[in-house]
Ligand binder design. Structure first.
Ligand code: CO
Length: 145
């Protein structure tokens, strides 16, 4: 377990790139996921995506205070409703802006063992899911304003 450096917006083009599918569910992935959780908690964040620690792969961690969720190759398969509220990002320190997101989302993904999982989120969890999955497509919340 280790705290990794978080890439800052505007300093590194990696945050604008589309990430590739994660194919290997191995010890290396587990190590990076552990480090990402440490890094997120250390920075008081509720989510962190792989490109934010310099890795162009499709995975992220989220904890809105209800436990750690790890999503590998996540895809949003259903959305409903709408919410508008303030959003921030560990890669854009000190900046918070209003962003409109779905109120509910359903995500299909894999866990660290490669097993298929479904995660449903409402409110803040829906916002976090959308925000982190956006990172995997090179989209930062400022692009959604
Ligand atoms: Co972010």
């Amino acid at each position: 377990m280790a705290i990794r450096e978080i890439t800052k917006y505007g300093k590194d083009a990696i945050l604008k790139k589309v990430c590739r599918t994660q194919m290997n569910f191995d010890d290396r992935l587990a190590q990076i996921l552990d480090d990402m959780a440490d890094t997120m908690y250390n920075a008081d964040g509720v989510g962190l995506a792989a490109p934010q620690v310099g890795i162009l792969r499709r995975y992220c961690v989220i904890d809105i205070g209800e436990g750690l969720v790890e999503l590998i190759n996540p895809v949003i398969v259903e959305t409903s409703g709408e919410q508008t509220g303030q959003e921030g990002c560990l890669s854009v320190p000190g900046r918070y802006e209003e962003v409109t997101r779905p109120m509910k989302v359903k995500v299909r993904a894999q866990n660290r063992k490669g097993e298929n999982i479904v995660v449903e989120g409402e409110g803040l969890m829906a916002r976090a899911l959308c925000h982190e999955i956006d990172h995997l497509d090179g989209i930062v919340f400022l692009d959604r304003m």
